[in-house]
Design a protein around this ligand. Structure first.
Ligand code: GLP
Length: 241
């Protein structure tokens, strides 16, 4: 709610100035994500502002997700992963771009006959074969998402061609998707999902369904993902026509 208010009319100038200063520190990476912010006292002395102002500015940025507070330990720059939404990239690429190493743990990596639901999602006729991947996706050994992918076996003939990255395997087969439709939905993570993602049951998650296509219109994948809401930001660039 706070960020939907018109700040200029509601907030004192010093508060806004401090917010901007902290925002700059975070955005220019003067302090790396995960590191502690200087104490309230140091900030108020360095910037010649009252402790009340400093406290309010910090609280505002905690609410926005830029900072996190751990009880008794202090205030830290939040570690969030920002993912631009308009580019058709893979989990592996998103993480590597940020200097993190991706890893998958597979629960399922097999081939079977398409179910009625899958045949609708992939535009396949009954009896066709599909490859199914069910995995937890990690970054730097921290679980970030759960993904279930279904790919027509006519595109990916052998599930073992996927070592870690699905898109890398598709690229080698000349079947990298060129276009995708994606649906995002807010969910609360159920017991099993929460356990796999190391968060509390009922934590916020983002459910993402992606249907990707080849140039000729064939569907390459139908993937349902559950991302941790406390770590992932999806950002879209919007343009007028
Ligand atoms: C993202 C998408 C999935 C896609 C996956 C591929 O997570 N939401 O739809 O299947 O990337 O990633 P990778 O190539 O790392 O397996």
């Amino acid at each position: 709610h706070r960020i939907c208010q018109d700040p200029a009319t509601h907030q004192p100038l010093a508060y806004l100035r401090l917010r901007r200063a902290i925002r700059n520190i975070v955005e220019h990476r003067d302090i790396e994500p995960g590191q502690a912010l200087p104490s309230e006292r140091d900030l108020s002395q360095a910037l010649k502002l009252s402790r009340v102002t400093v406290r309010k500015a910090i609280a505002g940025l905690v609410e926005e997700g830029l900072l996190t507070q751990r009880h008794g330990a202090g205030t830290f720059i939040a570690e969030r992963i920002v993912k631009p939404m308009s580019r058709l990239t893979s989990f592996t690429e998103d993480l590597r771009e940020r200097g993190l190493s991706p890893r998958s743990e597979f629960f399922e990596r097999g081939i079977g006959e398409v179910t009625p639901e899958e045949s609708m999602a992939l535009n396949l006729s009954p009896g066709s074969l599909v490859v199914r991947l069910h995995r937890v996706r990690y970054g730097q050994d921290e679980p970030l998402a759960i993904e279930r992918s279904v790919v027509p076996a006519s595109v990916l003939p052998d599930p073992l061609l996927v070592h870690d990255s699905l898109y890398e395997a598709l690229e080698k087969l000349n079947a990298r998707p060129r276009r995708a439709l994606q649906r995002l939905r807010a969910v609360s993570l159920n017991a099993q999902q929460a356990r796999l993602l190391h968060v509390n049951v009922g934590s916020a998650g983002l459910s993402i369904e992606r249907r990707s296509f080849l140039d000729d219109g064939r569907v390459v994948e139908f993937t349902c993902s559950w991302y941790r809401g406390d770590i992932y930001d999806f950002v879209a660039e919007l343009q007028t026509d």
